[in-house]
Design a protein around this ligand. Structure first.
Ligand SMILES: [Zn+2]
Length: 167
């Protein structure tokens, strides 16, 4: 998936800044900090797409294009809390169950002949994950959780309004 978005951004300074904001969020709530999720934040080099997404289990991604449009660390936190919210509420898993994503994945593994071709098929199914849409109720639940998490970690939730203008 990282490769579909230009790979990881080589800018180490921006990646460190992203980690700093991301882990401040995660570490501010014990239930999240001590959960089974392995949260990681990745800056993607994509020069075109304004996008952020999370994979089930805690891997969160933001494109450099979106990252560079943000005017404050509170706005960056605003992007991340929303994605963390999707993960904590298991929206990806719900979505995968509803859309037949898992069946597609199993089929591509079982029908594959093994070796590189199999890897390519599995990668193509996983690649579709980022274009899967969440439901409106899931988006609202994530926003709701985002406001809570920003407050718990001493970011300014009112910056979410400016973030919406950017998005
Ligand atoms: Zn969302």
């Amino acid at each position: 998936m990282a490769n579909q978005h230009g790979g990881l951004d080589p800018d180490r300074k921006s990646q460190e800044y992203l980690d700093q904001v991301g882990y401040r969020l995660i570490n501010s709530v014990n239930d999240i900090k001590n959960s089974n999720y392995k949260f990681d934040f990745h800056l993607l080099a994509d020069p075109n797409a304004v996008n952020a997404f999370a994979l089930p289990g805690g891997q969160c991604f933001i494109t450099a294009t979106l990252f560079n449009k943000l005017g404050s660390e509170d706005q960056l936190a605003g992007v991340l809390v929303h994605e963390v919210g999707h993960d904590v509420h298991r929206h990806g898993a719900e979505r995968m169950a509803k859309t037949g994503f898992i069946q597609g994945l199993i089929q591509s593994v079982m029908l594959g002949s093994g070796g590189d071709r199999n890897v390519v098929q599995v990668a193509s199914v996983i690649g579709q994950y980022s274009s899967m849409k969440y439901g409106r109720d899931q988006e609202l639940e994530s926003d709701d959780f985002g406001v809570y998490l920003m407050m718990e970690s001493d970011f300014k939730p009112e910056e979410l309004i400016k973030l919406m203008d950017i998005l």
